[in-house]
Design a protein around this ligand. Structure first.
Ligand code: P1T
Length: 389
């Protein structure tokens, strides 16, 4: 067992945290409070709930649940993972400098470069495999924040979170870790020294591909107040229905993550033996260059696989079209398996030169391995790449 695998209690917390029985009826499930406002006995005489952008009991239940899972004192939910990312940038000010990993979700890079750079933030990028040394080289007096994904989307590079946190704290710089790929079941960055954890809740936390949502968690009271202010002032909050759906999703997070990983590990090993495959990238394989760090830092290896196909874009496209169990679609983390082509889909907004320098070529695909019967996943890929040949 590795240190971040919180087997004991995780499932209990996932099912119960934030899920108090409703007081009037004893309903075991939290009600979906579809209300924009709350009646007051007189001006200012309210029950702690004034307006739903600021206060909503269903959203609060979700935020409590997510905070407990990430071992955080404070949790905040947002209308999307991108809105959560933006909220972190919105606590910074014009002139501030951010250091970020060089391989991130394409939409995150777009947000940094096309929105926040225009508003006066500046960004430098480092190879996350260089860890603390990579960050150290780029720190300037105006550096306020380091932003990393580990493993990264889509190249599955790892970053030594503890080492980066040490460098950040030496220089009074905040560290935010996007923990979407691992989820708190496999990795709890706050316990490794991160100041903020960010999630695209859309993915594993929700787990059923029916919600767009995001979240931020922190143990720092002052930071929490800044995030709470931005959440309310900017207003990118999730709806009560989406909050409920995520809360239902997190109840099975531990069970789903176990099966995602079991399937991904088996599929990665199987892919390594297939003639249509050039190279498999999965942190759970001993061939992954950072397999040792993955084993030490993570409680598991997750459900995402990168794969170089032996063939050109035409072959890859035909194969993705021919899949019958895997759906050719963006996103990840749902119970169903997805397959996609980052260069033309999730990471199409990146500069092509940068994409190529990261190794995201035409023959690179990304698989989000679902929790189906594993033999059906082997059979589907075998069929798809055979008929495409
Ligand atoms: O889609 P949204 O909920 O706004 O989350 C953005 C986001 C943030 N961080 C990571 C690591 C992500 O993977 C994403 C969204 N990613 C996809 C849609 C994708 O297919 O990779």
């Amino acid at each position: 067992m590795t240190k971040n695998r919180d087997y004991i209690g995780f499932g209990t917390k996932a099912i119960h945290a934030g899920n108090e029985p409703e007081v009037t009826t004893g309903a075991i499930m939290p009600p979906i409070f579809l209300t924009s406002t709350y009646i007051q006995d007189g001006p200012g005489a309210h029950k702690g709930f004034e307006y739903s952008r600021t206060h909503n009991p269903t959203r609060f239940a979700l935020e409590k649940n997510l905070a407990v899972l990430e071992r955080a004192a404070h949790g905040f939910s947002f209308a999307s993972g991108s809105a959560a990312t933006a909220a972190v940038m919105q606590i910074l000010s014009s002139g501030d400098h951010v250091i970020a990993g060089d391989d991130l979700y394409g939409g995150t890079v777009r947000l940094f470069e096309k929105v926040f750079a225009r508003q006066g933030l500046s960004f430098s990028y480092f190879d996350p495999t260089e860890g603390g040394a990579g960050v150290n080289k780029l720190i300037r007096p105006e550096t306020k924040l380091v932003w990393i994904e580990s493993p990264t989307n889509p190249m599955l590079k790892l970053c030594d979170i503890e080492a980066v946190a040490k460098v950040c704290h030496k220089h009074d710089v905040l560290l935010c870790v996007d923990n979407t790929f691992m989820t708190p079941y496999f990795q709890q960055p706050l316990t490794l020294g991160a100041d903020i954890v960010c999630h695209s809740v859309t993915k594993y936390l929700s787990g059923h591909s029916d919600v767009i949502a995001g979240a931020l968690m922190t143990n720092d009271d002052a930071l929490a107040e800044q995030i709470r202010f931005i959440q309310n002032a900017v207003g990118a909050v999730p709806s009560p229905i989406d909050s409920f759906l995520v809360l239902r999703g997190t109840k099975t997070l531990h069970v789903r993550m176990q099966r995602h990983e079991e399937n991904a590990q088996a599929l990665a090993q199987w892919l390594e033996e297939q003639s249509f495959v050039e190279q498999v990238i999965y942190p759970g394989l001993s061939s992954h260059p950072q397999h040792t760090l993955a084993s030490r830092q993570q409680g598991g290896f997750g459900g995402m696989i990168g794969c170089y196909i032996r063939g050109d874009l035409g072959y890859v496209s035909r194969a993705l079209k021919a899949c019958r169990v895997f759906a050719c679609a963006e996103s990840l983390g749902g119970v169903e398996s997805l397959i996609q082509h980052p260069a033309t889909m999730t990471h199409a907004s990146l500069d092509p030169i940068q994409r190529r320098s990261l190794g995201m070529g035409d023959n690179f695909i990304r698989l989000s391995v679902g929790i189906e019967f594993i033999d059906d996943l082997y059979a589907d890929l075998l069929h798809a790449f055979n008929v495409a040949a």
